[in-house]
Design a protein around this ligand. Sequence first.
Ligand SMILES: N[C@@H](CCC(=O)N[C@@H](CS)C(=O)NCC(=O)O)C(=O)O
Length: 175
Amino acid sequence: MRLIDAARCPYCARVRIALAEKGVEYETVEIDLGNRPAWVYELNGPGRVPILEGDFVLPESEVIMEYLEEWHPRPALLPTDAVERARARLLVKRFDDNLGSDYYALRRGDANELDKKLDALEVGQSLFADIAYVPWVLRARDLLRVDLPDRVSDWLVALEERPSVAAEADVVRRL
Ligand SMILES: N[C@@H](CCC(=O)N[C@@H](CS)C(=O)NCC(=O)O)C(=O)O
């Protein structure tokens, strides 16, 4: 199995963390986001990473996380109850719709409401959602020097106890 990957991409990072949690072995194919090879567009029309490739091709980080959860149900990232599972997916959807754009606005130096969004971030509800959020929060703290709310900072420090997240913190340190 291959992950078409980019170290700095937070969407790729959530897949790297999920793969590590599931103990799946894979090969990394690192691409240059500023000069994406043509074959990336052949695999995924919009040219975006991550892409997980086996005898199948799967783009979209949340879709890949769900695939991994179904393929390797243990250890579980989603709760067992169907409503709780749906809520965890909803948290990720809301996060992707709401927080990402403020993170990128701050990175560009544009007006943003990242502080407000971080204040409202619903952390610690499910490991699935936590893994989906954590790449942005790590990058906000360690690359953009954002002062996290105490509640979010404590959550992040606790999450970094997991080897999967500690490995991603190392990736961020090397960016
Ligand atoms: N919805 C996608 C977003 C992936 C994404 O935007 N990846 C970025 C790199 S961090 C990318 O490839 N951007 C290129 C582009 O949007 O043209 C996912 O969840 O995988």
